[in-house]
Design a protein around this ligand. Structure first.
Ligand code: G6P
Length: 367
């Protein structure tokens, strides 16, 4: 087993470090810089859908939320995202003009598989964003976009998540190109930003950054609750950050859209509540910073993710974690890596077994 972990203490840590390679494998051969073309080898006609339903569970659901944002922004198609256990029982409205996208690492999660069957029953066309080759879902889907992240053993998903988001980004670009909703220039810029991702994730994993994340994680590891905030395309980054922390450290954590904080979580804020805020470059950054100020005015402790070079906003935080600068649309992939490591170091500091968190299963094949 030690050999399989390739010198790392756990599969989870190994898989965190595999992300640049996993992402390279997700993207390779599918994006063409010179022509701006996206070739996903999908037989469905991208111009024929009026709406998209994204269905998934757990971490894959959060990849779906990022996908919703990207597809609506870039391709201007209405998207809804459901957790599979809700979708399958809510009598969803589906037609042949619906594209149902299921996202799953294992391709075996029973709720997602049943939701896929429900969508097909209504006449939807179906596309899977899947890691495991030949899994049950791939046998029932019209088309599969494999993420090629390689086997993921750690129960808490890391590299499958970033590769899923990479796949959703390519799907959004593919749909946008087919529908003519993205200018050539904006398309090329995004394509370029997407191709930079493996390098940026590598940079997010630099030794210096990792030891800083560890130091911060250990400082707050004895907190009882944690709040994670983000906005826009990085709201799901906050949700995923909270999920990772609760999965492996058993610290109660909530992920919230920053602007929604005032409608509830603000009541919890005191000096014992670390609040992790995704404050990387964005057109909404000013609003996020005003949320940070609201937290601090109530004595909350702020751990702020900022883009490299943003020294101005550092004054608003108790602790800053700098992350490599990236195009806002691709930033969820770069930003989440820091949150994965924050959870990882919190859990290991508390002596938890990150690869086998209690009560959780890698793939849930019973309802
Ligand atoms: C379980 C795993 C999660 C995963 C979820 C969905 O809860 O512990 O890590 O995100 O299932 O799994 P899937 O294989 O469908 O992506």
């Amino acid at each position: 087993e030690a050999a399989e972990k390739g010198g790392y203490d756990s599969y989870m840590l190994k898989e965190i470090y595999e992300q640049p390679q996993a992402l390279t494998n997700t993207l390779i051969g599918r994006l063409h810089d010179e022509t701006g073309e996206v070739n996903l080898d999908i037989n469905l006609d991208p111009a024929s859908f009026k709406r998209i339903s994204i269905i998934a569970c757990g971490t894959a659901y959060y990849a779906g939320l990022v996908g919703e944002y990207l597809i609506e922004q870039l391709a201007r198609i209405p998207v809804e995202v459901d957790v599979a256990s809700e979708y399958r029982y809510r009598d969803p409205i589906v037609s042949p003009e619906t594209l149902a996208i299921v996202i799953s690492q294992s391709g075996e999660t029973i709720d997602t598989l049943e939701a896929l069957r429900e969508a097909k029953k209504g006449g939807a066309r179906t596309l899977g964003v899947i890691n495991a080759k030949g899994s049950s879902m791939t046998r029932e889907l019209d088309d599969t976009l494999y993420i090629h992240a390689g086997p993921e053993i750690g129960v808490a998903s890391t590299k499958a998540y970033t590769s899923m988001v990479g796949a959703m980004l390519m799907l959004a670009l593919w749909l946008a190109r087919a529908r003519g909703t993205l200018s050539e220039e904006a398309g090329k810029e995004l394509l370029h930003a997407t191709r930079e991702l493996p390098r940026l994730v590598e940079e997010a994993l630099s030794e210096e950054r990792v030891s800083r994340i560890r130091e911060v994680a250990e400082r707050y590891a004895h907190a009882r609750d944690y709040l994670f905030l983000g906005r826009g395309v990085n709201a799901p980054t906050a949700f995923e950050g909270a999920l990772k922390l609760k999965e492996i450290s058993y610290i109660h954590a909530e992920g919230y859209a920053a602007g929604e904080m005032k409608h509830g979580p603000i009541a919890l804020i005191d000096a014992n509540l670390p609040v992790v805020v995704v404050g990387t470059e964005s057109r909404l950054l000013e609003k996020t910073i005003s949320n940070v100020q609201e937290v601090r005015a109530r004595a909350g402790r702020v751990i702020l993710l900022l883009s490299d070079g943003d020294t101005e906003n550092a004054q608003h935080a108790d602790d800053v974690l700098y992350v490599p600068r990236s195009h806002e649309m691709v930033s969820p992939i770069v930003n989440v890596v820091t949150l994965q490591l924050l959870s990882y170091f919190t859990a290991t500091h508390l002596g938890k077994d990150v690869d086998k968190p209690r009560n959780l299963a890698k793939s849930v094949t019973v309802e």
